[in-house]
Design a protein around this ligand. Structure first.
Ligand code: ZN
Length: 348
């Protein structure tokens, strides 16, 4: 949605003017004359007249990915997404007075899940694969993170979940510099991402992976969709030292760090859930062959079947809540052991 509170946060992403005029169909810049159209549920605030070398896969292949990513509906925050969300709420201490930016929001699920905890939740992404609930319930902008359409100090808090690993280094630097600019002094930013550093608990994780691979060989499950989802991970910040250096360079001071060594998580994801998905999908009609492969269709079908049942609080929902808490044990037990995946909170 495009609430009135959003307008007072804006500045022109093309010429940086704050002299913006709001019309029925667009926001017009009094500085450079550009009209930024208002679409159903979001504002197009992409900078005009700026060319960048790098474009994210999500922008470049939006149409093809749209089908695979199954983005229009939002499931409850469970499993790996549930662990991320619980950590986000706790570590960033989202509060009732906060104006918050989810920068790189994807379909907007984290913003939707937390919109009622804060005063204003803004989701931003250059790709517009927004979920229906996001379009209806949170303030949405289509903008480039290297030139955010927001005034200096507009936000109390900002977060990015699974974003930084997609960017080359110069884009990360620009992203963090813009994050620092739009935060008020003392404002906080949480990033969840990963480096290339192996966890010291990797052998335990590998055991789950090996069991998972047995399923693949037996034809119970394939990991094609997961592989594609991770296909554009660059991990330009290779080590956690690189992460700290990039934050400091942007003027952001680390205040809280929790690593995610996925011991319980890996067992749940590679063994428990894959068996569950395969079982659910096989009870349904055989996978139709379309532009996505059979493994992907099977997983999507399983997800859609499950999602309906998750909206009601039943046995399945409760079981998944418990499994989510089990995965979260990884943060409580091993959160200080350095590994590839991390939550970091930094302060301006
Ligand atoms: Zn302008």
């Amino acid at each position: 949605m495009v609430p009135n509170e959003l307008y007072r946060l804006l500045r022109c992403p093309s010429c940086y003017s704050r002299n913006l005029v709001v019309n029925e169909a667009a926001v017009s810049c009094g500085g450079c004359g550009v009209d930024y159209p208002r679409h159903a549920g979001y504002l197009d605030l992409m900078p005009r007249g700026v060319a960048y070398d790098y474009t994210s896969k999500y922008v470049a292949e939006e149409a093809q990915l749209a089908e695979e990513l199954d983005y229009r509906e939002i499931a409850p925050p469970l499993l790996a997404a549930g662990v991320r969300n619980r950590a986000l709420v706790r570590l960033l201490a989202l509060g009732a007075g906060d104006v918050v930016l989810d920068n790189g929001c994807g379909n907007g699920r984290f913003a939707v899940w937390n919109r009622e905890r804060v005063a204003l939740m803004v989701g931003n992404d250059p790709a517009t694969m927004f979920a229906d609930e996001a379009l209806a319930q949170i303030a949405l902008t289509q903008a480039d993170s290297r030139r955010l359409p927001f005034a200096d100090g507009a936000f109390d808090k900002s977060f990015s979940i699974d974003v930084l690993e997609h960017f080359p280094r110069e884009v990360i630097d620009a992203y963090l510099a813009e994050t620092a600019r739009v935060l008020r002094p003392g404002g906080r930013f949480l990033a969840f991402s990963n480096t290339s550093e192996p966890s010291s608990l990797q052998p335990l994780t590998n055991l789950s992976r090996r069991i998972g691979r047995l399923f693949v060989r037996a034809g119970i499950y394939d990991f094609e969709r997961e592989a594609r989802r991770k296909s554009d991970h660059i991990k330009a910040l290779r080590t956690f030292e690189d992460v700290l250096a990039a934050m400091r360079q942007a003027g952001l001071r680390p205040v809280r760090i929790v690593f995610w060594n996925s011991v319980f998580t890996s067992f749940v994801e590679h063994v428990v859930m894959k068996l569950g998905e395969a079982w659910l999908a096989r009870r349904r009609a055989p996978a139709a062959t379309g532009p996505v492969g059979a493994g992907t269709s099977r997983e999507l079908q399983a997800r859609q079947a499950v999602r309906g049942r998750l909206q009601q609080r039943g046995g399945l929902r409760l079981a998944l809540e418990l499994i989510t808490r089990m995965m979260e044990l990884d943060l409580w037990l091993f959160g200080r052991l350095r590994s590839g995946s991390y939550f970091i909170v930094v302060e301006k």
